[in-house]
Design a protein around this ligand. Structure first.
Ligand SMILES: *Cc1c(COP(=O)(O)O)cnc(C)c1O
Length: 392
């Protein structure tokens, strides 16, 4: 006799890590709505509306804008696999885990990869990119806009001009930036970009919004070889998401309901209001963390508002603090990745999770965890500092 497990009953956590982030109740209930057929007229309307809202969020008119059925990494593979043919040259900026992943994906597509490296936490200068573009003459340059593994924000606009002057296309990872920071695909002249639903869009993981410029679409249409991935081939996917509605795969219906609601909430709030909210809560959290003597890993001008990475202070036990936050306060934060393992905490304020109440809750909980470890602090100092910042 096999034993049937009980019905799932997950704990209610406050998700302040590098993703997934807190989900609005209306997004969860949208996902519990009845499943219809994937070619049902109702679902076709949902797909159209998702595409229209994604264009608003990406700030683009790009026709080829849709949600890939898969997580952020599937969005990455979609962009790379469609732009790259075997033997094509690509320059990838690696200043964190996700740039590294992009190199791996590009190599698997047969690209000749030039890895441009920077220490974790730093960003690339226009001069470095210009030099690489001149030397390599690549088909594409790929950069991570918001490096979730380090908390660094890569400026894009000036680099885009350099990349295009050099005859290359620009690909950006905006998994963590979309919905929390301006991502201006058309104004910045970005050729391909991908995101994920579970960071600042505050939707469960499962879909990857992507967008391609007409230049990128032309390059894809002029390929000599088939796209290496059948599942992620935009020449077929565009017939599914476009007016043909040619069956390709069965889109995850309910995941698209969730994204629809998450995008609706975002646009109802307004892009600018949302960016301001992310910034204000970041500044308050930062005031609190600094009052506790915790230092940011990234230089002030390149810090992400939605992902705060700070050095773990001497005398604090990384694993013990994170475990206590989870067990005693139901708060999840992230640890360090790669060379930052054991050295950093990554505190997310993404989408729904970016709230005044989460800032104050987290700081009070962190003070308690640190006091339990006999870390020297003035009780309440971080809360006072954050409130001072909120008051202005
Ligand atoms: C989370 C993340 C990804 C990968 O997304 P998954 O949904 O985990 O597949 C890629 N790039 C960045 C910058 C991310 O933060």
């Amino acid at each position: 006799m096999t034993h049937t497990p009980p019905r799932i009953a997950p704990p209610t956590r406050t998700l302040m890590g590098p993703g997934p982030s807190d989900i609005a109740p209306s997004v969860l209930s949208a996902m519990a709505a009845p499943t219809v057929g994937h070619l049902d007229p109702y679902f076709l309307q949902v797909m159209d509306e998702v595409q229209t809202m994604l264009r608003q969020v990406f700030q683009t008119e790009n026709a080829l804008t849709f949600a890939v059925s898969g997580t952020g990494s599937a969005g990455m593979e979609t962009c790379v696999a469609n732009l790259i043919e075997p033997g094509d040259k690509i320059v990838v900026g690696v200043n964190g885990v996700f740039g590294g992943r992009m190199c791996d994906v590009a190599e698997r597509c047969g690209a000749v990869v030039t890895k441009l490296e920077r220490p974790f936490g730093e960003v690339f200068s226009s001069e470095e990119i210009e030099q690489a573009v001149t030397e390599v003459q690549p088909k594409a340059v790929a950069l991570v806009h918001a490096e979730t593994s380090t908390g660094a924000l890569q400026p894009i606009e000036e680099i885009s001009k350099i990349v295009h002057d050099g005859g290359a296309m620009l690909l950006i990872d905006c998994v963590t930036s979309l919905g929390g920071l301006p991502v201006k695909i058309d104004e910045w002249n970005v050729d391909a970009a991908y995101s994920g639903t579970q960071k600042c869009l505050s939707c469960p993981p499962g879909l990857a919004p992507v967008t391609f410029s007409s230049l990128a679409q032309e390059a894809i249409n002029n390929r000599k070889t088939k796209v290496q991935s059948w599942y992620l081939d935009t020449t077929m996917l565009s017939s599914y998401w476009g007016s043909d509605r040619a069956y390709h795969h069965t889109a995850p219906i309910n995941a698209n309901y969730g994204l629809h609601e998450a995008l609706r909430l975002l646009l109802e709030e307004g892009l600018e209001n949302r960016f301001t909210r992310h910034m204000e809560n970041h500044l308050a959290l930062r005031a609190g963390l600094e009052a506790l003597g915790l230092n940011y890993l990234v230089a002030e001008e390149h810090r992400l508002p939605m992902l705060n990475s700070v050095s773990i202070p001497a005398g604090a036990d990384d694993a013990a603090v994170r475990k206590q936050l989870l067990n005693e306060f139901d708060i999840e934060i992230g640890g360090g990745l790669g060379p930052l393992k054991g050295k950093a905490w990554r505190i997310g304020l993404m989408g729904e999770a970016s709230s005044k109440s989460n800032v104050l809750l987290f700081l009070s909980a962190l003070e308690k965890c640190l006091m339990d470890q006999n870390y020297a602090l003035i009780p309440g100092c971080s809360i006072a500092a954050a409130n001072q910042q909120f008051i202005g």
